[in-house]
Design a protein around this ligand. Structure first.
Ligand code: OAD
Length: 248
């Protein structure tokens, strides 16, 4: 993969960088992307019908078991070179924000520090009524388990369709997009809002936009640089081109 010299130089000299990642960045860790065909037991369900408050209301057991299946997948997944390269780039940029739509926690596991999880984190469980985090050792038996405090069903701490994003996360993400010199959009189909609006907010403030994706997205035509390849190859290449001494 050829990284354009101007891109490498712009990244090397950047003071502030914001990155938005989607499930494509975790694909090479074995975590299915959201719109890929569901594998195994769940191929007959449309995730859009499962990741909603209505689905949980209608069939809490089914939704809980679907997330247990996804949590198991995520539990077996390890960060890939894309996650690792992003954590290394963060160390070399004074003001770096990693905004992710992914709920797998792999960025933090790879060492990224300033991470904004727009859609929550599947490894965390909350009470469906009070929203408080409940540790597994305090689950009250059941499928789904219940809250030890109020007895309501527990649910994964992820944003479902139709739900609001965590306010602190989306406002910090928007602030980072408006302040950055470089905005990198990696592994996302750029179709789910408000996350998909972030690169345009960055553009409005004069940032250079880089897209990393093997396929075209609605952002591709507007990006200043497009690295059309897998994140696991393109992001380490970009990092090595910008920071030659980086041992990736
Ligand atoms: P999608 O499944 O919509 O898009 C995945 C993107 O990653 C596609 O554009 C693929 O071309 C690209 N891709 C696949 N493999 C890749 C690789 N190895 N390297 C780089 N890119 C690759 O997933 P998201 O864009 O993350 O929201 O979906 C956004 C949101 O839609 C998700 O967070 C989820 C879903 O509804 C909620 O659950 C609220």
């Amino acid at each position: 993969m050829e990284v354009p010299v101007p891109l490498a130089e712009t990244l090397r000299n950047a003071r502030s960088v914001a990155v938005l990642t989607g499930s494509g960045v975790s694909a090479e860790s074995g975590v299915p992307t959201f719109r890929d065909a569901q594998t195994g037991l769940w191929e007959r369900y449309d995730p859009m019908d499962l990741a909603t408050p209505e689905a949980f209301e209608r069939d809490p057991k089914l939704v809980w078991e679907w997330y247990e299946w996804r949590r198991k997948l995520v539990g077996e997944a390890k960060p890939n070179p894309a996650h690792e390269a992003l954590a290394e780039i963060e160390k070399r940029i004074p003001d770096f924000t990693l905004i992710t739509q992914n709920v797998d926690g792999l960025h933090r596991e790879a060492g990224s520090r300033n991470v904004r999880e727009l859609h929550g984190n599947i490894r965390r469980t909350i009470c469906s009524k009070e929203g408080i985090v409940v540790m597994p050792e305090n689950f009250v038996e059941g499928t789904p388990p219940r809250c030890p405090k109020c007895g309501s069903f527990l649910r994964p701490d992820v944003v479902w369709f139709g739900e609001a994003l965590p306010a602190a996360e989306i406002s910090a993400a928007s602030e980072a997009a408006r302040a950055c010199e470089i905005f990198i959009s990696a592994g996302t189909s750029s179709v789910v809002y408000p996350a998909a609006s972030l690169p345009y907010e960055a553009m409005e403030n004069g940032a250079s936009v880089i897209e990393v994706n093997p396929d075209e997205t609605p952002l591709t035509a507007r990006a200043d640089f497009v690295l059309s390849g897998n994140a696991g190859d393109a992001i380490p290449e970009m990092a090595r081109a910008a920071f030659p001494g980086m041992g990736l």
